[in-house]
Design a protein around this ligand. Sequence first.
Ligand code: C5P
Length: 293
Amino acid sequence: MKARVTVYAKINLLLDVLHKRSDGYHEVAMVMQAVDLADTLLVETSSRNWLVTDNKYIPPNMNNLAMKAVTLMQSSFPQVTPLKVTLRKKIPVAAGLAGGSTDCAGMLLAIDRMFHLGLPQKELQQLAAQLGSDVPFCLGGPTSLASGRGELLEALPPCPTFYFVLVKPDFGVSTPRVYGNLKVEEITDHPDLKRYLQALAQKDQDYLLAGMANVLEQSTFILHPAVKKLKAEMQSLGCQHVLMSGSGPTVFAVFKERSAAQRYYEKARQRYKRVFLSKTVEPELLQERVQIL
Ligand code: C5P
């Protein structure tokens, strides 16, 4: 038995941190958006658990989020056999694009379908939350409000179509370090979430662009001044709407028109090594993520 799964990257259109919690996590409010930069996973029943990947940064063993999903499902549902997983990575690793989380969510969806588990969404969400804060979002989307430590989700009206040019610097960042370095009480400029949600409901593209914000930028910029410099350069390359995604270091520029994004992409490619042109994922695409072969 085999399945092919297509899984999408996420960006944060808005990321606010409200306070530090007693469990060590931070209470967040995030508008998450799936974009069509995608990895694929080929999942096959096998005599042992086994990961094959074309990405040199991912250890080909059980010590990554996709294979942790396999282990969790096998311990919860005895009918789940050992699996060979072939992971083709397009989403950069440690980039702030939820690449590992989306591979992990894809494995949960694939195992649910392949072994006819028929798990209700709520149960899948609970399993996902055990694996990482961004994994529950990656089960669904394309546009959601995430709260708590990121695992509590509310579906939002799909974001109007935007085009993104993403630039990934040639280093990764550690999410725990970025949160650890953040001084929440010093955040004076919290984004206006209520207004942002209204803009989504009204498909007010101008505010959706102007109201984008990420309070983790200040922490990542201190740890990695190169990210601050990249953001400024990307603005001067001809886009007003530029933001760091998640805890970074990927920075994205947003456009309403494909042609403007394409022109910017060509310019950015001359300057940076890892540049991706992407767009918002349509809700229908998410229905077709798992294909049984
Ligand atoms: O849940 P996940 O494993 O993705 O989180 C990685 C780390 O990021 C956590 O151990 C924590 O240090 C930090 N984090 C946080 N608050 C969040 C999410 C993550 O402090 N809401």
